[in-house]
Design a protein around this ligand. Structure first.
Ligand SMILES: Cc1cc2nc3c(=O)[nH]c(=O)nc-3n(C[C@H](O)[C@H](O)[C@H](O)COP(=O)(O)OP(=O)(O)OC[C@H]3O[C@@H](n4cnc5c(N)ncnc54)[C@H](O)[C@@H]3O)c2cc1C
Length: 522
């Protein structure tokens, strides 16, 4: 079952990489544990950044400066320049392949302001931007005849002394373990915000499987301690209310009905302002009532639906109760300017990769952009690598070691506890004592893993087994987040240490961790 390239993940990054690799003339196979029309990408609402200047004066230089500022000096200027310079081409490409962007009266692509942006820069399709992008990418992949296999769960990336040669996969439907060989592998499996369990805007699928597998295969990870908290998730469900609601003029209010921050500051600052209010026992609300029903139905229809469905309130008439929760993981697989990891033939793109464009705090609208710019880069470079590779395929099926007999400890309870302790101790504010205490908790869970397992021993559609495998991956990654957060004795962007509240030049560097747990900084 060999293809030139195997892409793991059918979100925005995976499908963009697939289309460009296919165009470069190689055979492409994509696998996904869900369906290609689902993923974090289809949940993106606010928009994708590009300095088009359609709704007000803007420039690529301003986009670069806003991104650099938000990154707090630990991003690559070169990578950010590439991201922002390529942005207009990226949006033009999406427009050309059929994404139905909202339009101005003059038929230009409409743009709006998101936090930390000096101009209305986010191109959008109402508040369904990611969904429209993902479904269009999927249509184009179908049209090209690219093979996309659903319900295939990545277990491990296969390597030998020459580098990567494929992946072992659990077929969720049959329960069989299969291997898919390829000359190059692109990991595009998204982030790991579900370490925070229910305290996250992400779907249950964001468990960092690809990052954990890449690390087991010898890749390095970086900047894992930087986790972005989105200021406005619904209070009871953690479902996101898009930043576009504040961009359109929504206010943040405390229980006294007072505004307490500039709503359009970068997310780390707004989230901390809310955290400080909540520490004073204030409840926090988003107020968009003054925008009016017509505007809300035209520009923010999904936000209204979500608030009705999950909070039982109508934002046209009611205040929206909100809280900040984990939203985006800036760290991930350490890649170079070709999107390559240190394992030969192993590439990464999207939220699972660290292309060093977000630094300590991602700017809203830059993630969708990253998928298009660096998804292309990963696809093209992996294709080039695969064409020049002389590898013969080895067909190895690895064993799946999931205990179904040791169930003394219910891993679902541990997963929930892990999320709660992370939200409390590794959240918007942190300190040495609580970080070290959490590391002890995590090491304790890791030591007790042999006492956990899947209760369900059936072979086909064993979601219990899949959830256990996902849990093990989040546990592996939660240790890395803590190692990075403990080592970084300063505050920078989304990483705010109460015991070191200032940025320190000593830490103007990336935290890099390898398979053996060695921490390096560059
Ligand atoms: C609610 C919400 C709103 C957002 N709004 C915006 C916005 O307006 N603008 C913006 O720029 N960004 C936004 N973001 C962030 C952005 O959507 C994500 O960072 C981005 O879509 C991630 O894309 P991706 O392709 O890297 O990963 P994903 O879209 O998460 O796709 C990951 C893929 O990998 C697959 N996968 C995962 N693990 C495995 C495994 N073990 N085996 C096989 N397959 C696997 C999944 O099934 C999926 O197909 C938002 C995020 C959320 C959650």
């Amino acid at each position: 079952m060999k293809s030139d390239i195997l892409i793991i993940g059918a979100g925005g990054a995976g499908l963009v990489a697939a289309l460009h690799a296919y165009e470069a003339g190689v055979t492409v196979r994509v696998i996904t544990k869900e369906y290609p029309t689902r993923s974090q990408t289809c949940m993106a609402q606010g928009g994708i950044n590009a300095a088009l200047g359609n709704a007000g004066e803007d420039s690529v230089e301003s986009h670069i400066q806003n991104t650099l500022k938000s990154a707090h000096s630990i991003a690559s200027q070169k990578a950010i320049e590439l991201l922002c310079q390529e942005a207009p081409n990226a949006v033009e490409w999406l427009d050309n392949i059929g994404v139905c962007f909202s339009r101005t009266k003059e038929s230009k692509i409409a743009q709006r302001t998101l936090g930390g942006a000096s101009a209305p820069r986010a191109c959008y399709a109402q508040d369904y931007t990611g969904l429209k992008i993902l479904h269009t990418l999927y249509d184009r992949c179908q049209e090209a005849g690219i093979e996309i296999l659903s319900e295939k769960f990545l277990l491990d990336i296969l390597t030998d002394e020459e580098g990567v040669y494929g992946a072992s996969v659990l077929d969720i439907r049959s329960g069989d373990v299969e291997s898919y060989t390829a000359n190059a592998v692109v990991v595009a499996t998204g982030g790991f915000s579900r370490i925070y369990d229910k305290h996250s805007t992400n779907s249950t699928a964001s468990t960092g499987d690809g990052i954990a597998a890449a690390m087991r295969a010898g890749a390095r990870v970086s900047d894992m301690e930087f986790v972005q908290f989105h200021p406005t998730a619904l209070k009871n469900s953690s479902i996101l209310i898009s930043e576009s609601a504040r961009g359109a003029g929504g206010y943040l209010l405390n229980s006294q009905g007072e505004r307490f921050t500039d709503e359009l500051k970068p997310r780390d600052e707004v989230a901390r302002a809310i955290h400080n209010e909540m520490a004073k026992d204030e409840e926090i609300f988003l107020d968009i009532r003054h925008l009016g029903e017509t505007f809300i139905d035209e520009e923010l229809p999904q936000e209204r639906k979500l608030a009705k469905l999950y909070e039982n309130i109508d934002p046209v008439f009611d205040l929206i109760p909100i809280k900040p929760v984990a939203h985006y993981t800036m760290g991930g697989i350490e890649v170079d300017e070709k999107s390559s990891s240190i394992v030969k033939g192993l590439y990464a793109a999207g939220e699972c990769a660290n292309h060093r464009v977000h630094g300590a705090n991602r700017l809203g609208g830059n993630s969708l952009l990253e998928l298009i710019v660096f998804g292309k880069q990963a696809g093209v470079n992996a294709a080039e690598f695969a064409k020049n590779s002389k590898k013969s395929s080895s067909n190895v099926v690895s064993e799946l070691l999931v205990s179904s007999s040791n169930m003394e400890i219910d891993f679902y309870s541990v997963r929930e506890e892990l999320g709660d302790v992370f939200y409390k101790n590794v959240g918007i504010v942190r300190d040495k004592k609580s970080l070290e205490a959490t590391l002890n908790v995590v090491n304790g869970y890791i030591a007790k893993l042999p006492l956990m397992g899947a209760k369900d021993s059936s072979k086909m559609y064993n979601t219990n087994k899949i959830e256990f495998l996902e849990f093990k991956n989040t546990l592996e990654l939660s240790r890395l987040v803590l190692v990075g957060a403990i080592a970084r004795e300063e505050s920078r962007g989304a990483h705010f240490r109460v015991d070191f509240p200032k940025e320190s030049e000593l830490f103007e560097m990336h935290t890099i961790i390898d398979r053996d747990g060695v921490v390096d900084a560059k």
